[in-house]
Design a protein around this ligand. Structure first.
Ligand code: SAM
Length: 464
């Protein structure tokens, strides 16, 4: 099996060894120890809404239709396709969520990813929802929320809202969501192979701290799921305090039903069960000596049919400190100008136009009243007199850009464009031109005749 980076072998904390010995037994613990001193495999998840054909040698990931292990780790930064949102580099175990969604036929609707940065699981949820739902991708830590926003923009589906809030702020959204995912901050035992710092920072005290923090988060999250909706809780750690104990806590606090995930025996994912509230609940552990992926734990619970459901109410006169709703007549003009089909609702924020799906407008309005918005739908750009200044966000989104000419770049030219360097090609159409690489939109240039301006966002440019 080809691996690229190996962990220097460091001693494991003694208390961690005892904990794992108890969980695995002596013989299996030795296999576990060997596995975490091996190297990790690189894997990517392809964006099904963008045109991309995988050219690296790869093997499919068993539980994901869009996930692939790569034989070698490419220089991702220098691949223009990653900047176009054609794929996301993600550890394989996390992709199991794709199997959960499909195998349980989880209804689409309004989803919340409460601890979402950098956005691996959010991009997966966004693809699952497509045109049939809206995702609220939330991250409490501001700089991490910025990275989340960037990844959501690149993924480009336009069905997500990025917020920057503490779980406590979600109080007014009780019973609002069809699915809530909490990929909790944890003690990171499952990352010991990839991340030497995770080994160094581990202690029993830290496990207790993480478990207490998870309880605080889940005490909020458990109430946000509507009747018959789903709660998905995951960690990248093995211990029971952060996993089984959280199932106990949730099922004692709220009324949830068990959900069992169908598994293929060959995947070697280990099912665990918790008896609580007179029922048996299930959790799933991914051990690195058994599965091809990092350490992971996940459980799915279904909110009881009697729980509360909060439907957003139509607001007669939508008021917001900085969002302005665009009314029907102007919307039709925008649809016409921009080549859209009338399924969008428009807002302006700081003179820039944004578009979300009209089907989720009431949900969006409710979210916008309570949360700190970082991004929503697709930012389209600004209107200057009768001219559009199209935004980069629109360029990399899946929305049509029919009114603009495109120009296909070679790989070398695409990298130059992404570095925000001047492009030497002189056969551009005049005005705004959409740069593409292998037909994937990368961003805009504006050809003024005597000069070509590169509009790739400065803060996103390739610096290597
Ligand atoms: N779901 C992400 C993904 O797949 O890319 C990874 C999430 S990471 C395991 C956990 C996240 O929880 C981090 O982004 C961290 O900043 C955030 N976090 C830290 N403390 C938190 C808290 N008290 N409440 C909610 N989220 C928190």
């Amino acid at each position: 099996m080809p691996y690229l980076y190996a962990m220097p072998e460091t001693k494991l904390p003694v208390a961690f060894e005892s904990q794992m010995l108890e969980l695995l037994g002596k013989a299996e613990f030795e296999q576990f120890r060997k596995a975490i001193n091996n190297t990790s495999r690189t894997s990517i998840r392809v964006n099904p809404s963008k045109t991309f054909s995988l050219s690296w040698p790869s093997t499919p990931i068993a539980w994901s239709k869009t996930g692939f292990f790569l034989e070698e780790r490419p220089a991702f930064t220098l691949d223009p396709s990653i900047h176009a949102g054609a794929y996301y580099v993600q550890e394989a175990s996390s992709m199991f969520i794709e199997h959960i969604l499909h195998s349980l036929h989880i209804p689409k609707g309004i989803y919340l990813d409460l601890a979402a940065a950098p956005g691996g699981k959010s991009t997966l949820l966004s693809s699952y929802l497509g045109d049939e739902g809206m995702l609220i991708a939330n991250e409490v830590i501001q700089p991490r929320a910025q990275i989340l926003k960037e990844n959501i923009i690149k993924w480009g589906l336009g069905n997500a809202v990025v917020t920057n809030n503490d779980p406590e702020h979600f109080g007014p959204l009780e019973g609002f969501f069809d699915l809530v995912l909490v990929d909790a901050p944890c003690s990171g035992e499952g990352m010991f192979r990839k991340d030497a710092q995770a080994r160094e920072e581990w202690s029993l005290d830290n496990v207790q701290l993480c478990s207490a923090r998870q309880k605080r988060i889940m005490d909020q999250a458990g109430a946000l799921v509507k009747a018959d909706g789903y709660l998905v809780y995951s960690t990248c750690t093995f211990n029971e305090q952060e996993n089984e104990d959280m199932i106990r806590f949730l099922t004692e606090e709220f009324s949830y039903e068990p959900v069992r995930i169908p598994l293929d025996a060959g995947w070697n994912i280990r099912e665990t069960s918790v008896d609580s509230d007179g029922k048996t609940f299930y959790g799933y552990r991914f051990f690195p000596h058994l599965v091809e992926g990092e350490g992971f734990f996940i459980t799915v619970l279904k909110r009881s049919a009697e729980a509360y459901i909060q439907e957003p109410k139509r607001v007669k006169d939508f008021k917001h400190p900085y969002l302005k709703e665009i009314w029907n007549r102007e919307s039709s003009v925008l649809d016409e100008e921009l080549g859209f089909d009338g399924s969008g609702k428009y807002y302006t924020l700081n003179d820039s136009y944004f578009r979300i799906s009209i089907d989720w407008n009431l949900h969006f309005q409710k979210i916008s009243q309570h949360m700190s918005l970082k991004y929503f739908g697709v930012e389209l750009g600004k209107k200057q007199k009768n001219d559009w200044i199209p935004s980069h966000e629109w360029a990399v989104s899946v929305l049509p850009k029919n009114n603009f000419p495109t120009h296909e770049l070679s790989e070398a030219e695409a990298v130059e464009f992404l570095r925000k360097n001047d492009l030497v090609t002189d056969n551009f159409s005049t005005g705004w031109v959409l740069m593409t690489y292998k037909n994937l939109p990368l961003g805009w240039i504006k050809n003024l005749g005597n000069r070509v301006n590169n509009y790739y966002p400065k803060e996103w440019r390739i610096r290597m």
